[in-house]
Design a protein around this ligand. Structure first.
Ligand code: 5CU
Length: 381
């Protein structure tokens, strides 16, 4: 696509860097990449989710090979991708392993991006930038995690960090993580908050529904809970310049924000804790546009645009803000089409959602497709 007109930037696109794929291959328990006998042929299979069928899912070069990522981008006219390590990151490692592997993977991610071609039409940009990872695993001292944040400053192609929702075991609202939020805010790095565990799978019952319920509902509910806990802990009051990007358009948070605010207002323990109405904080967050439908994306835009009304000092609906904090994403290489097609249905659904969303003008849609990301990741001013 012509970059000057409407760049297309993918902020939700994953890789299992080769070093990480090797770490998964070396494991006997999930999360792992296993070589299994599938119908008489040995195939590599990905086993990462709780309660995953024993045969897992096919995994191949599209998960680790940079050329495959670039091919996918060319096929869908994506100009720039901000690539992140896929789940479950380093959650399952010992503290020493997590610290060592985070450091190595961040260097790998910088090199993975540095080796990518210049973006078509804008010679100052590469096609690939990356999110780093932090050694967020049980028992890792917060000082080591803060050190990892500082080290990212030396990696010019790393523009943010991806993290799950467990922190060092007690979630992202754990008081222990306070110095981490301070360091991340000071660094200006974007934090991509992404699910992995879903919710208690017994809630989904015994029927075999494949991966539908954990991915369609479990993943977004996990993100909804993590973001709500951050709000309720006052993290966004103490660190108002944090740039938090929520996966899958914030899950159910936009739909539940007024209920959340009302529950806060009616709760004797929490009602005086926050500086603002809970809905205000939704306007401080960024959301990928991985919603798969225009009505769901419109809802997120409307809630973000209205958030300012709920500031302590009041405000009005801000149509420009409504679009400013949404950013196109694909979730590649997950959600591949079941049959070989030129374009991926999951990509086209997310592009159509932006195109058809209510309340966003033509310029705003172009911002969501790419310019918001270029600004957020400090790639243009
Ligand atoms: O399909 C899946 O399992 C996933 C996953 O694990 N991570 C992700 O980002 N999207 C889909």
């Amino acid at each position: 696509s012509a970059f000057e007109d409407a760049p297309l930037v993918d902020v939700h696109t994953h890789v299992y860097l080769p070093r990480y794929a090797d770490a998964l291959r070396a494991r006997k328990d999930a999360p792992r990449i296993a070589s299994l006998d599938i119908g008489g042929r040995t195939e590599e299979r990905l086993l990462i989710l709780d309660g995953e069928p024993a045969a897992g899912r096919p995994v191949g070069p599209q998960y680790w090979d940079r050329e495959e990522k670039l091919k996918f981008m060319r096929r869908h006219n994506i100009d720039v991708s901000i690539v992140s390590l896929a789940n479950p990151w380093l959650d399952f490692l010992s503290p020493d392993e997590a610290i060592r592997l985070a450091n190595d993977l961040n260097v790998d991610m910088d090199a993975y991006c540095a080796g990518s071609p210049i973006a078509d039409g804008l010679p100052s940009l590469r096609t690939l930038y990356g999110f780093g990872v932090l050694p967020l695993a049980p028992q890792v001292p917060v000082s080591a995690i803060v050190d990892a944040v500082r080290t990212l400053k030396n990696l010019p192609n790393v523009r943010g960090v991806i993290m799950g929702t467990r922190g060092v075991g007690a979630g992202l609202d754990d008081n222990t993580l306070e110095p981490l939020w301070e360091a991340i805010q000071a660094s200006g790095l974007v934090v991509f908050i992404h699910p992995h565990y879903g919710v208690d799978s017994t809630a989904f019952g015994p029927r075999d529904n494949g991966h539908v319920l954990p991915l369609a509902l479990g993943f977004p509910f996990e993100t909804t809970i993590a973001a709500s806990r951050l709000i309720l802990a006052g993290v966004l009051d103490r660190y108002p310049d944090l740039k938090l990007l929520l996966a899958h358009s914030g899950g159910a948070l936009p739909a539940l924000s007024s209920r959340l605010a009302s529950c806060v207002a009616h709760d004797p323990i929490v009602s005086t804790r926050l500086k603002h109405d809970a809905r205000f904080y939704l306007g401080k967050l960024y959301y990928d546009a991985v919603a798969y439908g225009p009505d769901e994306l419109s809802l997120a835009a409307a809630v973000v645009g209205r958030a300012h009304k709920y500031s302590e000092s009041g405000g009005s609906y801000d149509a420009e803000k409504a679009s400013r904090q949404l950013l196109f994403g694909t979730d590649h290489p997950f959600f591949p089409p079941l049959e070989e097609t030129q374009r991926w249905r999951s990509v086209d659904e997310n592009l159509a959602a932006i195109q058809e969303a209510q309340g966003l003008g033509v310029t705003a849609k172009d911002e969501v497709r790419g310019r918001n990301a270029l600004r957020l990741f400090d790639l243009i001013s």
